[in-house]
Design a protein around this ligand. Sequence first.
Ligand code: NAP
Length: 284
Amino acid sequence: MAAQLIDGNALSQLIRTQAGERVLQLQARGVKPGLAVVLVGDNPASQVYVRNKVKACEQVGIHSVMEKYDASLSQAELLARVEALNQDKHIHGILVQLPLPAHIDAQKVIEAIAPEKDVDGFHVASAGALMTGLPGYWPCTPHGCMKMLEHIGYNLRGKHAVVIGRSNIVGKPMAMMLLAQNATVTVCHSATTDLKHHTLQADVIVAAVGKRNILTADMVKPGAVVLDVGMNRDDDGKLCGDVDFEGVRQVASHITPVPGGVGPMTITMLLVNTLASAEQTLHA
Ligand code: NAP
C-alpha cells in the first residue's frame, strides 16, 4: 500500500491559525510581535525566501520589518544594523538571510544577534542549548520535521532514526532533536561508506543532502517514515527533493512530498519562534 502523505501545507495552515490566536493574545497584553528580516545583495532565491517570510508574518499578524541592502554593504555596517535591531523593543526576532556576500563573515553576523532574538536558531548559544537540553530556539527546518512526526503521532522512543546530512542548520540539529525524543540516531554524510546499510535499518529517515534520488526504494525498510528536506530541480526544472518519491512511497508508511512537505513548515516554525520570543517579553 502506498505511504500516507504528510501534508506540510495543511499542517502549516493549522499551526499558523494557532499562531494568529497567539498574536491576538499578545496584542491584548500590549505586545505586538515583530520580526526583522535582513537581506544583503540580490540573490534571487534569497529574495523569494525573504518575500515568503514577510508574507507569512502578515498572514498571522506578526509585524515584519524588511531591511534590504546593497551587496556592497560592509560587515561593520551590517553588524551595526544587527546591534540596532538587538536594542529595538518592537523587534522580537532577527533573521539575516543567508548566504551573505563573500566579504562578510556570516558566522560573525549570526553571533552578533542577541540569542533571545535568534529565531533562526543558528547562534552558537542556540546550538548549545539544543545540545544540552536547555531552552532556546531550534532551527526551523528540523523543528518543522519534528512537528510533522508529532502530528502523525509517531513515538520516537527506541526507534532508529537515520539522518542523511550533517549541516549545522539541518542535519546536526535534526539528530539532536531526535535524540532528545529517545530515538537511536545515526548521522550519515558524504564520507559514509555504505549509506544503504544504514538507511535499511531505519524506522525514520530524514534526507537533508541536496542531491536528487539520494534515497531510493531499495534503501528503505518497509513501513519506515521518510522526511525529505532536500530542494533540488529535476530535468524539467521542477522542484524535487532528495528522495525518489514515486519509488519510496510504495515502501514507506509515511512520506513528505516536495513541494508541499517540509518547505512550508520551515517558515511556519520561524513564526512560532518569533511568537515564543515575543511571549518571553511578558515574563521579562
Ligand atoms: P549542506 O550544508 O550542503 O549539507 C549537505 C549535507 O549532505 C552535508 O552534510 C554532506 O556531507 C551531505 N552529503 C553530501 N553528499 C552526500 C552523500 N552522497 N551521501 C550522504 N550525505 C551526503 O545542505 P543543507 O543546508 O543541510 O541543506 C540540505 C538540503 O536541504 C538542500 O537541498 C537544501 O536546499 C535543503 N533545505 C531545505 C529547507 C526547507 O525549508 N525545505 C531548508 C534548508 C535546507 P558532508 O558534511 O560530509 O559534506
